[in-house]
Design a protein around this ligand. Structure first.
Ligand code: GDP
Ligand code: MG
Length: 293
């Protein structure tokens, strides 16, 4: 049997989390149209008769190291490259962008087989540009394979998975066969709330917030969840709450519905918005809010 670790890397927003969710067949990594949605390293485990693939989803790699949050995201992305057996490098168009150069250097130094996956081919109008690009990329580096895919529509993902399995070492499963992720339910509760905030709020507010679970208590057929949404400024608090609490209510409704589906029980969700000045540029605050890497 095959078993091993596969890192999903690439620029923010290329579809790494979408790919992970499709392959696992369940949403374990939150996604949105905004870059920097993924902030944590999340493992997604897929066990089939052929083997066990442990996918490591990562925050996108950021060229800028200025803010403490960006440094944390880069650490989380870089640490995901340590001790993996295969890297899947995702790009979202048949082009090698300047930011990719920086990522490429880091990938090369990992010294493991790299599959270049060109995602979002479903939105590619001119398919004829693919072949020349694949030839160009293959000339630049000895990729283990080059695979055009669509993580959203599930195009060619069976081919990608087969190739990954071929490259993995022989070994016993690393996780129990029925386990699909390494993170606890409490973690997903915070992530689901954060996803609804990312999808509801516009512009820079989502990046200034984080969600902390204060209580996660199972009481018979009910799960009681209290969460704090931390923002950086009073003005952001006003936006998150919305007129007469309308925004917070909508976010709470959407999150609760998804949590009930995930936990398969009734959920009582309470959300509070609080201000913690400059938390995202403060190493100690980041640490205490669960950004540990
Ligand atoms: P990540 O930052 O790399 O994890 O990217 P996400 O998985 O969060 O995806 C970013 C955005 O791209 C989301 O709006 C996805 O729905 C979208 N997306 C991901 N894969 C595809 C795809 O294959 N085709 C299209 N059209 N959109 C995609
Ligand atoms: Mg992501």
């Amino acid at each position: 049997m095959k078993a091993g670790f596969v890192a999903l890397v690439g620029r923010p927003n290329v579809g790494k989390s979408t790919l992970l969710n499709y392959l696992i067949g369940q949403k374990i990594s939150i996604t949105s149209r905004r870059p920097q949605t993924t902030r944590h390293r999340i493992r997604g485990i897929k066990t089939t008769p052929e083997g066990q693939i442990v996918f490591v989803d990562t925050p996108g790699m950021h060229v800028s190291q200025k803010r403490a949050m960006n440094r944390y995201l880069n650490r989380a992305a870089a640490s995901a490259l340590v001790d993996v057996d295969v890297i899947v490098w995702l790009i979202d168009r048949p082009a090698w962008l300047p930011e990719d150069e920086w990522i490429f250097e880091r990938i090369k130094s990992a010294g493991v087989p790299v599959i270049l996956a060109i995602n979002k081919v479903d939105r590619l109008e001119e398919k004829s540009v693919l072949l020349p690009f694949l030839e160009q990329a293959a000339a630049r580096y000895a990729f283990a394979d080059l695979v055009p895919v669509s993580a959203l529509k599930g195009v060619n993902l069976d081919v990608l998975e087969k190739k990954i399995l071929e490259l993995l070492p022989e070994g016993d499963p690393i996780y129990p066969e029925d386990q699909i992720t390494d993170k606890p339910e409490r973690f997903f509760a915070a992530e689901i709330i954060r996803e609804k905030l990312f999808r509801t709020l516009s512009e820079e507010v989502p990046h200034a917030l984080t969600v902390e679970i204060e209580q996660f208590k199972v009481e018979g057929g009910l799960t009681r969840i209290n969460a704090v949404i931390w923002v950086e400024r009073e003005g952001q608090k006003v936006i998150v709450i919305g007129r007469n609490g309308a925004v917070l209510k909508k976010v709470g409704e959407r999150a609760r519905r998804e949590l009930e589906r995930m936990l398969e029980c009734k959920v009582y969700l309470e959300l509070w918005v609080k201000v913690r000045k400059g938390w995202s540029d403060d190493e100690r605050a980041l640490h205490s809010l669960g950004y540990v890497e």
